[in-house]
Design a protein around this ligand. Sequence first.
Ligand code: ATP
Length: 735
Amino acid sequence: MALKTSSIRTLAVMTSGGDAPGMNAALRAVVRRALARGLRVVGVRRGWLGAVENTMVEMTWSSVGGILQRGGASLGTARCRRFMTREGRRQAAVHLYREKVDALIVIGGEGSLTGAQVLAREWADLLAEAAALGEIDPWPEEHPPRLDVVGLPGSIDNDIYGSDMSIGADTALHRIVTAADQLTSTAAAHQRTFVVEVMGRHCGYLALAGGLAAGAQWVILPEEELDPRWHHTMVRSLQRGRDAGRQHALVIMAEGARHPDGLPLEAHTVKQILDKQVGETRVTVLGHVQRGGSPTAFDRILATSLGAAAVDYLLDTEDPEPVMMGLVANQIKATPLDEVIANSRQAVDWIEEGQLDAVLDLRGPGFQSQLQLLKILTAVKPRPASPRGNLLILTTGHDAPGMNAAVRVATRVAWNEGYQVWGGQYGLPGLLEGRIQPLGWMDVSGWASRGGSELGTGYHVLQAQDLPALAQILQAHEIQAMVWVGGTSAYLSAQTIIEYGQDIPGLHIPLVVIPASINNNLPGSDFAVGADTALNNIIQAVDKIKDTAGANRRVFIVQVMGHEAGYLAILSGLASGAEEVFIPEEGVTLQKILDLVTRLRASFAQGRRLALLILNEKASATYDIEMIRRIMEEEGGEFFDVRSIILGHIQRGGAPTPFDRTLAARLAAGAIHVLLQEDWEQVQARVVGLRGNRLQALALTEAIEEMAWPVERPKDAWYLRYLDLVRGLDIVSNQ
Ligand code: ATP
């Protein structure tokens, strides 16, 4: 890592405004990256209030130890009226100046970032005033003081322009979806309707993504223009659902929802309407639980990468302008603070003024298409459409959390487009035995939240000799198109059909593959359905393992899945603060293990109590987990002992995360649209995937080209960019 070359010497960092899970991870990354690059770092306790009242503390490597997995904000956060006055800002400037601060990173919402923008702009004038008042010594003429600032988006509402996701939003979504899953089960038991109010005063992101992921029957957002008779439409839709056999109903509304006249719409009002016209209704206002608890893997990774990028931006940019670092299309991007603040405020103003079309434009196509999808999914039956024939949906290969969400959405969107839908049972092995069932609109009700595969799955790679039997089964059911949800076995089987099935009647039909694998090793998509759930399963287990270390001097080696791809190892290493990761892309050597032992011995000699290593299951055929443990135990001597843990199948279990559910929903809806829109004359199979934040449909042959065979991992593995970050923030490599 390059040391600093800029003139910045002292960096201040603060968390400000409402707290958001992941702020600690961002703080840790900022502090450690800055120290590693040779800066002095001071922490400002309690946001702008701390700057005004001068509560600054020297930050060291260990002052941010053990906070990665904690919710809240360890430096404290606050709202500060005094900072809104010039007098207050002068005080803050004086305190920062006396600490010799020449750069500042602020982690917070739009208000906090505005504070940074204003302070940077006024810095020289505020200090001139302070010098004139004798509060500080005047500085030499040729060096006008300057404060470089960078913002990081910290807000559970996801209401900050310039980042597809803000730090804390994914965790809040997890809280919402977990609560909704639990309420759904009790609602079903009592045939009740639940109204759940979620946060989002001026942004419906949490309600929309929460509604989509939880399979809600009705969603009310601040961005949506309500028709004057909206409640009739809602009541009619929920009643129809009940008539069609739904045992429960879930309504998710944002706290900023409004009546058509612009006045706030209370959850209680919705309850009264539903009580009278649909049946017993209960309200749950989720409130602050949405902010609380340990951040998700995504929030830890987002916060860590933005934090490190903020420091690098300050040190590597000549004349850095005030910016916010954000995640745009899966890439880190700096957006000028002026633009961030102006657009974020604009959205609030437009919501207040009821200019909702303009807000929807600002939210972008992803938000709009999710809203459209939600409308399709919440209907009780498909819209009338001209018949298109029979579609077969299959989950095949190893199961991945989110497969059911994909089948649910593919089924409903397909019915909506005029298909008759069939489900293959137990994957390709089951299909070859003729196991197939009709899949109706209501058959997939409640599937969004379920782990595993309701259709059943099985592992088999189609061979040329399987094809006549397959053709016979497809013809018997007059199948005219297929959607397969699966991993490499789905890709390879589709390739077999293309290579050997051209002349077999019944096999020349369009086929779309939706990538699903916890390993995230599939070509044609940055993300596969299931990987985010596996990542969260891993970090939850690792958090617990770390807790058991107590005061012992112990090294844990945790083996994770991933097949021949290091995705799960690298990302879980980053999200759990691992000292080292072993991945198949690099392999394992004896020298590497011995070097690590040397560094660990030095670190434990200085008081370290715990170290964590993540090992991918196929990192090395020779140095397996037991071999590495024994070598380290032997060579570590009295400095530490070593424990090995193989996480195994818990990684693929449990309810899918909101990300996997929404990814599955987007890919499944995309798959049906690909069937309808693409030209299928030449290409017989496609892979639908997410690149950046756009859906794409690659020809299967092109997707297969992206894969390195026979190791089965992407040739261009974007996740390898996180390796330096894993190794750059741990003390073992930085001593
Ligand atoms: P949240 O998303 O939780 O609301 P936020 O950062 O937007 O977080 P705010 O209360 O709006 O929270 O702002 C936090 C602090 O930032 C304020 O208390 C104030 O000290 C400072 N701040 C906000 N707006 C300005 C402004 N226009 N000028 C200077 N400082 C500001």
